[in-house]
Ligand binder design. Structure first.
Ligand SMILES: [Zn+2]
Ligand SMILES: [Zn+2]
Length: 365
């Protein structure tokens, strides 16, 4: 049973790392971008080369089903994790370690309140429409989102499925099969798109779960710290299997002892700490996009356009440095480069108006 919990802890840490690497920009430099390219481009390509045909088909079908169809599996998994984890926490944490001289009994009620609030916000983000564009409201959205930069958004672009002229900042989601205003991304955790109308609930969802995880970690920390001090776990000697002499206590051995004795509660606290860190990084990532005034979809598109422009600039630089280039050719290439830098500015300046103003606008929607 302990091995099962240890494996689950490692799986959660691994899954959290994968999730965060997914958010990194593959077109940039640095370790995060390198890992993104490694896990999402190079390794899948290697897998396709080496694996047998039927395995590739099976994995492909499973991946498509999980990521590109509107199924409730992830929602069920989310509820199982949150409600199951909460029950375990109440039974093994509050049940076995309360009343506690370091923590007030009020935490017992507070834990119910915070979990209830987090589940309520989850219900909201799942049920509030992201801002679906229909023939009835198309005029409203076209008036509201009418800045076309010619790069990310082109004027008079018709959605082939919805048969509507798409307003700027909108996108057709092929999973939900609708056009969404100020499209951010399709979220499998909530089984719908995140767009203009439910983005604030999505932010509240990340923040509330982040706070819930850190709160659970805080309670867990004081409970185990109390056990360590009250039971004098750092001062006693331990008899370890395979060793004849007793070993003097250390933090590492004391933590192992606590994990062995209170496995389920220790497990939930570790998972909460890992998830708290993951969610806070994800929350900061979204705050950085609010400051930049872009959605997740726009950040990805912007990065791709900038990467393409950068490649063109590099090509021009190579041509300039080549031997035998005439003065006229050089001047023409420099002019081309200047034009490209102007395009850079267009991509960079779109939608920027500051964190506070952007946040205020999001909260009003
Ligand atoms: Zn559409
Ligand atoms: Zn969608």
């Amino acid at each position: 049973m302990e091995l099962f919990y240890v494996l689950l802890i490692y799986t959660t840490i691994g899954a959290s790392c994968f999730y965060l690497i997914m958010c990194a920009d593959p077109n940039k430099k640095g370790p995060a971008a390198f890992l993104n390219r490694l896990f999402y481009v190079r390794l899948p390509k290697l897998f396709q080369k080496l694996a047998p045909r039927f395995v590739i088909d099976l994995v492909g079908k499973g991946f498509n089903y999980i990521c590109y169809t509107n199924h409730p599996l992830i929602q069920i998994m989310y509820l199982a994790i949150v409600i199951g984890g909460f029950i375990l926490y109440i039974l093994k944490g509050f049940g076995e370690h309360f009343p506690n001289k370091r923590l007030s009994d009020i935490h017992y009620y507070f834990a119910f309140l915070m979990t209830g609030l987090s589940l309520g916000i989850y219900y909201k983000v799942c049920s509030v429409s992201p801002g679906i564009i229909t023939k009835e409201n198309i005029r409203y959205y076209q008036k509201k989102y009418n800045r076309f930069d010619g790069y990310l958004y082109v004027d008079n672009n018709t959605c082939k499925t919805c048969k509507i002229v798409k307003p700027a900042r909108s996108k057709h989601c092929r999973i939900c099969n609708v056009c969404v205003a100020k499209f951010d991304h399709h979220c499998v955790w909530v089984k719908q798109c995140i767009g203009e109308k439910n983005y604030k609930w999505f932010l509240a969802f990340i923040l509330s779960h982040c706070l819930l995880c850190f709160y659970a970690t805080y309670i867990g920390f004081w409970v185990f710290y109390g056990r360590m001090v009250d039971d004098k776990l750092l001062e006693v000697n331990y008899y370890i299997a395979g060793k004849q002499q007793p070993v003097k206590g250390s933090i590492f051995i004391a933590l192992q002892y606590l994990f062995h004795k209170y496995t389920a509660f220790f497990f939930v606290v570790i998972i909460c700490a890992v998830m708290g860190v993951t969610l806070s990084i994800f929350f900061v990532y979204h705050c950085s996009m609010i400051a930049e005034g872009v959605t997740t979809n726009e950040r990805i598109k912007k990065s791709e356009i900038r990467h393409a422009l950068e490649s063109e600039v590099k090509d021009i630089d190579h041509k300039i440095q080549r031997e035998g280039v005439t003065v006229e050719e050089k001047d023409s290439l420099i002019e081309q480069k200047k034009e490209l830098y102007k395009e850079f500015d267009k991509v960079r300046l779109y939608f920027q108006s500051g964190f506070r103003r952007n946040l205020k606008e999001i909260s009003k929607l």
